[in-house]
Write a protein that binds this ligand. Sequence first.
Ligand SMILES: [Zn+2]
Length: 283
Amino acid sequence: MLNFPAEVPHGFEILFWFWTITTFIVGTCIGSFLNVCIWRIPRGESIVSPPSHCPKCNHKLAWFENFPIFGWLILGGKCRKCKLPISPQYILMEILTGLMFVGVWLKVYYTQQPIFTLFPYLIVTSLVITTFFIDLKHYIIPNETTYFTMIAGLIIAAVFPQFWDTTVWWRALLQSAISMSIGYLALGAFAKVGEWTFKKDALGWGDVKYIAAISAILGLNCAFFTVLIGSILGTIFGVGAMVLFKKSSKTVIPFGPYLVAATYIWILAGTEISNWYFSLIHR
Ligand SMILES: [Zn+2]
């Protein structure tokens, strides 16, 4: 059974389920949009026009066909006009986004963080999902997504300065901007050193901009955790892939998916993992 925080007034349990389901539904709608981003941004297409259509017969989707999860189910996974099968990727992405949004909501709820923290966390969760799939397939982290997150980070700092432990909007804005610069310069220096020593791009500039974006919106603690845990995950899976699939070390494995996995872990349990780690050191 779920344990509710002690001070939750009687009757709040119903609200809890209401918000959990609402977060899931909002997540599926955002997931539907992220699908469009993942498909169109790497191809240099606009994400707003033309509206969703069948890639084969150009049939424009009616509002109910566009509806997350149910749209796909009603159509039976086929285009209504030409019966071309629609990839199950759409419904899977909607469910995945819904579940990851619920994960963030549960974290905020159980650690009793202010409700506005959902904004930066859910924006970053969306960035995590698009970056994971775009980088895995196209080996890029597009500027459209990282720049959007940087701007969102600066705006959130000014609107919710409490997120940066201050009540003064310009101080929070300044902290966010400084974090972004430090994140960019620190990882940029890493990337430059990598270029000089290995004579190839060990670390792409997309990765550098991703870390700058994370620094601007969630701060340097999250950026540091992301780089550290992302590198560990990358090493474990990279060596694992080499052993299992006998791939050479020259096979390009994008770093982005490991970085974003680490960021999502930070959102869910970053503080807890850090505290546990420091308690080991100070024993
Ligand atoms: Zn069609």
